[in-house]
Design a protein around this ligand. Structure first.
Ligand code: EPU
Length: 429
């Protein structure tokens, strides 16, 4: 299994460019199936969740060409069987987007249930409720979700809980349905808007993405398109926090500052300087870092995908910080690892209480999931001594070239391959 070895304690300095957004890409790649011609996708990050999504399309019969520089040409018109077997689906939670897109295209889908539950219970009841409202029958058979609809007919869908995946899957299934679908209590994340823009560029008629009511008027057909994916809000936030934790000075380029507002405001409260430009932000620190409270919420609230990273920073902030995780029930699995580095954190249910310490000390640690892994990288960069991070395949699911980008900022980080241990656990996103 590969490891990162970090000799910490150096301030990050220089410029870093943010890649395309993982959580937009993992929806947009399956959405290509809806098009009656080839699509060209730009700003696609080189991360393992992308390789898995492209592999699923390829194995199903799509023609996938890497044109270089993060651009892919995908012709999915060769896909005839709306089935994603367990072997392909199990590596990535976002494989559930094949349910919506195959249902939209073929009026049926058979996709293996997404595996594992690394962030706690992650049901898909709201996705299935929406498919049923559109006229589909849904059942679980031998670990496969089976969905069938004679016809898909637009309907009004109210989500009992705000769900990113459910909102995306409903948009995918509804854009070729007959009539109007109204999604209420919809998620508003930037990648929801990006998917809507992508589908609209294929000829879909989607309005209201980015608000809590999305209207999808079904169209007969969707055409191939060329589309550039938005920059990754969470990757940007991760570098913002890494710069702050090392008391560095970093210009983070290719960002949409509006998408970063909740992160920017929290960092400012902690005592970090954030300067915003049109497509970049600069992070620097010249005073003490101070405690704050953080509560994760659906967009535009503070993102759960930044909770572990900001907690790593708060370990180094003066005073007692309170972090409340309100989206997932098990997203504090990095806490034991940070404690091994000298952090003072206690967790009770969905609340973590963090007592700031003077400094963290390097230690061998294991990444329990993607964002937790990013938090350990941040802690390692800020800590004195050497931190060895195991199971970095989690981190590589969502961060393009992280060690190269950090090295260019002056970090002492190397990836070490440990031979003979290529067995990987189920990866979940
Ligand atoms: N939920 C239900 N029923 C459902 C769907 C969701 O109860 O049918 C619950 C979930 O259990 C959770 C909450 O609703 O408590 C929100 O879940 P949501 O559906 O919004 O999350 P998701 O679609 O499973 C996506 C991202 C996650 C990100 C969350 C929240 C992708 C592939 N994954 O997950 O990203 O944390 O939205 O923003 O887009 C990551 O990138 O590290 C990551 C985990």
């Amino acid at each position: 299994m590969d490891k990162f070895i970090i000799k910490g304690g150096k301030p990050l300095e220089g410029e870093v460019t943010i890649s395309g957004a993982k959580n937009a890409v993992v929806a947009i790649i399956p959405a290509v199936i809806l098009a009656d011609g080839p699509c060209v996708l730009e700003n696609i990050p080189e991360i393992s969740d992308v390789s898995i999504s492209l592999r699923i399309l390829y194995e199903m019969g799509a023609d996938v060409q890497n044109l270089g520089g993060g651009t892919y040409r995908i012709d999915a018109t060769g896909i005839k069987e709306p089935v994603v077997p367990y072997e392909l689906a199990r590596h990535m939670r976002a494989s559930y987007y094949f349910l919506g897109t195959l249902l939209g295209k073929f009026h049926k889908a058979r996709v293996a249930m997404p595996g594992g539950c690394y962030l706690g219970d992650r049901p898909i009841d709201q996705h299935l409720k929406a498919f049923s409202a559109l006229g589909a029958t849904c059942s679980l058979d031998n670990g496969m979700v089976d969905i069938n609809a004679g016809m898909l007919i637009g309907n009004q869908i109210y989500f009992d809980k705000i769900t990113v995946g459910g909102t995306i899957n409903t948009m995918l299934a509804a854009c070729k349905a007959t009539g109007l679908t109204v999604i209420e209590n919809a998620a508003k994340e930037p990648h929801i808007v990006d998917l809507a823009n992508f589908l609209n560029s294929m000829g879909a008629d989607i309005m209201g993405a980015g608000t809590d009511v999305i209207k999808v008027r079904g169209v007969r057909s969707l055409k191939g398109t060329q589309y550039a994916v938005i920059p990754d809000q969470i990757e940007a936030g991760t570098y913002m926090v890494a710069a702050a934790a090392t008391r560095g000075n970093v210009l983070i380029k290719n960002v949409i500052p509006k998408h970063l507002e909740s992160i920017t405001q929290k960092l400012a409260k902690i005592g970090v300087n954030v300067e915003e430009f049109d497509e970049s932000v600069r992070i620097s620190v010249d005073g003490p870092l101070v405690k704050t409270s953080v509560k994760t919420m659906p967009h535009p609230g503070f993102p759960t995908d930044m909770q572990p990273q900001i907690s790593a920073l708060l370990c180094l902030a003066e005073g007692t910080s309170i972090v409340t995780e309100d989206i997932f029930s098990n997203r504090f699995r990095y806490v034991d690892e940070l404690r091994r580095m000298g952090a003072d954190i206690s967790v009770e249910g969905k609340v973590a209480v963090i007592e700031g310490v003077d400094h963290l000390k390097g230690a061998p640690v294991t990444a329990p999931d993607l964002r937790a892994g990013a938090a350990l990288v941040i802690a390692g960069l800020a800590a004195s001594g050497v931190t060895e991070i195991d199971d970095i395949y989690h981190i590589e699911r969502g961060y393009e070239n992280i060690e190269k980008k950090l090295r260019a900022l002056g970090a002492d980080i190397v990836k070490k391959s440990v031979p003979g241990s290529s067995v990987r656990k189920v990866e979940v996103g």
